[in-house]
Write a protein that binds this ligand. Structure first.
Ligand SMILES: Nc1ncnc2c1ncn2[C@@H]1O[C@H](COP(=O)(O)OP(=O)(O)OP(=O)(O)O)[C@@H](O)[C@H]1O
Ligand SMILES: Cc1cn([C@H]2C[C@H](O)[C@@H](COP(=O)(O)O)O2)c(=O)[nH]c1=O
Length: 207
């Protein structure tokens, strides 16, 4: 199969994923590349409904139910958006992917991270990104950015600081375990500097 490039953005809430994924998408598009921008949860019609359920449903959702809802969103996104784009040879830029589940449901909800990862690998027929950009940010700065940007936290953002600390540590451990797939950036750096570092790495990948 012809294979495009699959780039994912990961990091805590407010770390700048949407900002940077939009910038790299614009940059690649200006070069005449065909870029598909997606996100999880919510990259498909079904995903939009699942996102609403996961993030805004009032009341308790059991950790395993939550993990499976994210996996269902992912299965639909990969089958109907990402794989077809990669098969056309397009570049897919995506906010969040399976590392989010390992960090949030594995470490955050204290489920077995290997099992959580395996569920996602099953859901996606084992598709892994070519590059994952981890925007690493301390929890306090992330919270302050969200406070500036919006009025209300969603169900995951509203979790206690300890939850988000576990998520951050899990991301860093994932990056350490797969240094060739991850580019870890200090997300306190200015937007333009981060964008330049990302363009540099993506250029290398495309060369
Ligand atoms: N490097 C940066 N320095 C300062 N502020 C930033 C930086 N990057 C993004 N921001 C601001 O932080 C806020 C959150 O950014 P953004 O929405 O890109 O983060 P995100 O990781 O996609 O958030 P979420 O996980 O909640 O979707 C926005 O107000 C954005 O303008
Ligand atoms: C994919 C994925 C996401 N999450 C969490 C992380 C965030 O708190 C929300 C998504 O909100 P965003 O504004 O799009 O960042 O969901 C998760 O817990 N597990 C996952 O697999």
């Amino acid at each position: 199969m012809a294979r495009g490039l699959f780039l994912t953005f990961e990091g805590g809430d407010g770390s700048g994923k949407s900002t940077q994924s939009a910038l790299v998408t614009e940059w690649l598009t200006r070069q005449g590349r065909t870029v598909v921008h997606s996100r999880e949860p919510g990259g498909t019609e079904l995903g939009v409904e699942l996102r609403e359920i996961i993030l805004h449903r009032r009341g308790y959702i059991a950790p395993r139910a939550e993990a499976l809802l994210y996996a269902a969103d992912r299965a639909q996104n990969i089958a109907t958006v990402v794989r077809p784009a990669l098969e056309r040879g397009d570049i897919v830029i995506q906010d969040r992917y399976l590392d989010s589940s390992v960090a949030y449901q594995g470490a955050g909800r204290v489920l077995d991270p290997d099992e959580v990862r395996e569920v996602s690998l099953w859901a996606t027929e084992r598709l892994l990104p070519d590059l994952t950009i981890l925007l690493d940010l301390d929890i306090e700065t992330g919270r302050a950015r969200l406070d500036d940007a919006r009025t209300r936290y969603d169900r995951l953002e509203a979790e206690a600081a300890e939850f988000h600390h576990r998520v951050r540590e899990a991301y860093l451990a994932l990056a350490e375990a797969e240094p060739e797939r991850f580019l870890v950036l200090d997300a306190t750096r200015p937007v333009a500097e981060l964008a330049e570092a990302i363009r540099h790495r993506v250029s290398e990948l495309l060369a």
